[in-house]
Design a protein around this ligand. Structure first.
Ligand code: NAP
Length: 285
């Protein structure tokens, strides 16, 4: 029986990155659908749940991706609304790599030092990766603040995270590097989750902060999010701080993504969202 992965993407074109990882994770065949919404997904879900016998249903699974994490979350909910006892397949949500990237970064930070009780700042934390990283840090007991160039955006993100995960995260605004530097001056952990190729801080902004213990940067496209670091940094020491670069923890991100795909086919009742993916990341880290 072939392992079929249906790639449901909220963007027009299903992510090629997600397609490659789906095959590498163990799917025999990947079928991509783009521009999916809660309104048009019904027949596609029905095709996955009404076809194979109960003992064979674990060979069909759904992956939800796309650049908008909120749209992904709504699509996940819509898909699950069609499931009922005996008629469901396993499903994974990872819009823009939000869960696997955040989980890998936070798990690696957690492997390098304590997160509980620490003051953590998520720079440019309003994107898919930043929001999930904020949630995972908060669930580990850190006091988390996300930074945006617009306070309304960071407040909206915090409200969405509170609604979905019940976590309390603070919101703040910084439109330039000097303001970001001021925000991190008494932080213990900084996780930069800005858009690709956007430098958020220079080395001079972080190297002399005594309270700062650890930095992670998700951006692997030069210039990096945090100046004075290297994307290959794997928990190395720079100026007395532990640094995780985007490729440094990206190896775990890819392994985690593949592992989740493989596990989708172990039974037909699993949901891989932030909670399960972060749990697995901590085991793998
Ligand atoms: P995103 O949504 O593209 O951007 C995140 C935030 O960056 C935005 O919400 C925006 O925040 C801020 N931003 C955009 N342009 C900016 C600018 N010119 N100056 C300052 N801030 C700016 O990012 P994402 O999809 O969450 O991904 C985060 C990062 O992870 C990206 O760099 C991505 O390439 C990387 N990534 C890494 C891996 C890995 O394995 N290492 C895997 C997947 C993704 P505000 O508008 O609120 O300021």
């Amino acid at each position: 029986m072939k392992k079929l992965l249906f790639q449901f993407d909220t963007d027009t074109h299903p992510s090629t990155f997600d397609t490659v990882v789906a095959y590498d994770g163990g799917a025999d065949h990947v079928i991509g659908h783009g521009s999916l919404t809660p309104e048009n997904v019904t027949p596609l879900v029905e095709g996955t749940i009404f076809t194979r016998a109960p003992k064979d249903k674990q060979n069909t699974a759904i992956f939800i991706g796309g650049s908008n994490a909120l749209a992904g979350q709504e699509l996940l909910q819509a898909v699950q609304n069609h499931f009922f006892y005996g008629f469901q397949v396993s499903i994974m949500l990872d819009s823009n790599g939000c869960n696997t990237t955040a989980a890998a970064g936070v798990a690696k930070l957690g492997s390098s030092g304590k997160l509980a009780g620490k003051k953590a700042i998520i720079l440019a934390g309003t994107g898919p990766v930043g929001q999930r990283a904020a949630v995972m840090m908060s669930q580990e007991g850190a006091d988390v603040t996300i930074v945006s160039r617009q306070i309304e955006k960071s407040q909206q993100a915090c409200a969405a995270m509170q609604e979905r995960f019940g976590v309390t995260i603070s919101a703040t605004e910084a439109a330039d590097m000097d303001t970001r530097a001021d925000i991190i001056k008494d932080a213990n952990i900084v996780f930069a989750t800005g858009a690709a190729g956007v430098e958020l801080l220079k080395e001079e902004h972080w190297k002399d902060i005594p309270s700062l213990e650890m930095i992670a940067d998700a951006n692997a496209t030069p210039p990096l999010g945090i100046g004075g670091t290297d994307m290959m940094d794997k928990g190395i020491d720079r100026h007395g701080k532990i640094i995780w670069g985007a490729i440094g923890f990206g190896t775990l991100k890819l392994a985690l993504h593949r592992a989740c795909i493989g596990k989708l086919f172990e039974s037909n009742t699993q949901t891989f969202d932030a909670e399960h993916i972060f749990k697995l990341a901590k085991e793998m880290a």
